[in-house]
Write a protein of this length. Sequence first.
Length: 82
Amino acid sequence: MVMVRRIFKTGNSMVVSLPKDTLEFLELAEGDEVSVELDKERRQIVVTPLKAALPGVDEVFARQVADFIEQYRPALENLAKR
């Protein structure tokens, strides 16, 4: 799903708002934490909720797995093609 959003300034920060239906789908609310990663190779910003993917999964472990996947995504994608 592609969403076009506008960047705006609030205080000393630049902000991108997220639509209410997107936040509801991701079960995110004000104050929840997200990981913001810069993918320089693809010139993308990746925003990932920092909630456990499955009940009982430690959030730190889930974050480590997500970081690993992002770091090695090209190699993992190549392996998946074989």
